[in-house]
Design a protein around this ligand. Structure first.
Ligand code: DGJ
Length: 380
């Protein structure tokens, strides 16, 4: 075959592939099979892009209500196109032969997130940890590290963040002596505090042992600094906390935000030089209306905006709860909302609600329901 014929044939093949092949689609809420045909098992997860591939880390759930506890660990999947996911196995395993381990089988291990530290060349995983048999009382953060992105991750420690550090925006009330009423254990859910959290000194109560940390996320800024965002003070208040340079602990430099708003499921991203946060209300496994906020700087001032969802079921975040905002690699201003549609009676069956984040003419992000969509949406 002559060279010109070969070039023509190549060109034809390229045209067929690029113009006539249907793009693969994401179908929010449907079963999402991995490369083995098994529904992806990575709930409350987050995605990291590394060396040409995306890696999705999330809670591995088992069948039934027991699946709401950690019986296996953190599952990892990889993908080049965000639609087809390869099972990379369990990145962090719970400990099966030591009931005294912080991450003993049967603990609660939620919302794992992984970031890479270029200085230490370690992959660092943070998660919300509740000690086995203690319900949601412990409110700790767990940290694990690995040399390879897919693991195995070695558990480093669990702790309450920011012990003996006041936030930048500490109030006078927090430094007052903590009375016996405040020392009492509050029930940890919305409405359980007898008054607004700025008058019930939970921060002061936990000053020495460290602040409560339940729903959590990580965010790495353009300057390489990493931040831990967690629901604290009996879920009433979010903390945004800078991590140490090695990303293994909190630095003590943090702020309190949205006190009394009971925000869970925080997910931060940066768009057009501004910081945005999508979160949820605090209603257990049931969906609620998403929260949206923005700030010119990560340490504020933060301003809450309206519910980012529009259309039918907007007040239920399309039956989902945020877990991560995923920047699409190589595309400017392209982000995917990742949410969980929890099924607590059969945890393994939980579904994933992924939707493209859209921006209005004022640069405010919003979400609308799409039953099926492809990455082509980011080419428009
Ligand atoms: C809502 C949180 O966002 C979830 O991660 C989980 O902790 C459930 N509450 C438990 O009820």
């Amino acid at each position: 075959m002559k060279i010109t014929q070969q070039i023509l044939l190549g060109l034809l093949a390229f045209l067929v592939v690029s113009c006539c092949q249907e793009s693969k689609t994401i179908k929010p809420g449907e079963i999402w099979p991995d490369n083995n045909g098994v529904h992806i098992n990575a709930h409350g997860g987050g995605v990291m892009f590394y060396e040409g591939k995306y890696y999705w880390f999330g809670e591995h759930k088992i069948e039934g209500k027991a699946g709401n506890r950690a019986m296996v660990g953190v599952h990892c999947y990889s993908s080049k196109n965000l639609v087809d996911w390869k099972d990379e196995g369990i990145a962090l395993e719970v400990v099966k032969d030591d009931p005294d381990s912080d991450i003993a089988e049967g603990c609660i291990l939620e919302r794992p997130k992984v970031i890479y530290n270029p200085q230490t060349q370690k992959f660092v995983m943070w998660f919300h940890l509740e000690l086995k048999g203690k319900g949601y009382d412990a409110a700790r953060s767990g940290v694990a590290v690995a040399d390879q992105i897919t693991g195995p991750y070695q558990f480093v420690k669990s702790h309450r963040p920011n012990a003996e550090h006041w936030p930048q925006n500490v109030k006078a009330v927090h430094k007052l002596p903590v009375g016996p009423d405040v020392k009492e254990h509050y029930c940890g859910g919305k409405g359980c505090l007898p008054a607004h959290p700025d008058t019930v000194n939970l921060l002061g109560r936990d000053f020495e042992i460290g602040q409560m940390a339940r729903d959590q996320n990580l965010f790495v800024d353009d300057d390489g600094k990493a931040y831990h965002i967690y629901s604290s003070e009996e879920n009433s208040t979010l903390h945004i906390s800078q991590l140490s340079d090695d990303f293994l602990t909190d630095s003590g430099n943090y702020i309190r935000v949205f006190s009394g708003r009971y925000m869970e499921a925080p997910a931060m991203f940066k768009y057009s030089g501004k910081y945005f946060l999508i979160a949820s209300d605090c209603t257990g496994w049931d969906p609620n209306a998403a929260r949206l906020a923005w700030a010119p700087n990560i340490f504020g001032l933060w301003e809450e905006l309206a519910n980012p969802c529009i259309g039918e079921d907007a007040n239920l975040t399309f039956h989902s709860q945020s877990t991560f905002i995923l920047p699409v690699n190589g595309k400017q201003d392209a982000f995917i909302y990742m949410g969980d549609r929890w099924i607590p009676d059969n945890a393994i069956d939980g579904r994933y609600i992924w939707l493209p984040l859209q921006f209005n003419e004022k640069g405010i992000p919003y979400l609308e329901w799409m039953a099926e969509w492809s990455m082509d949406i980011f080419n428009k």
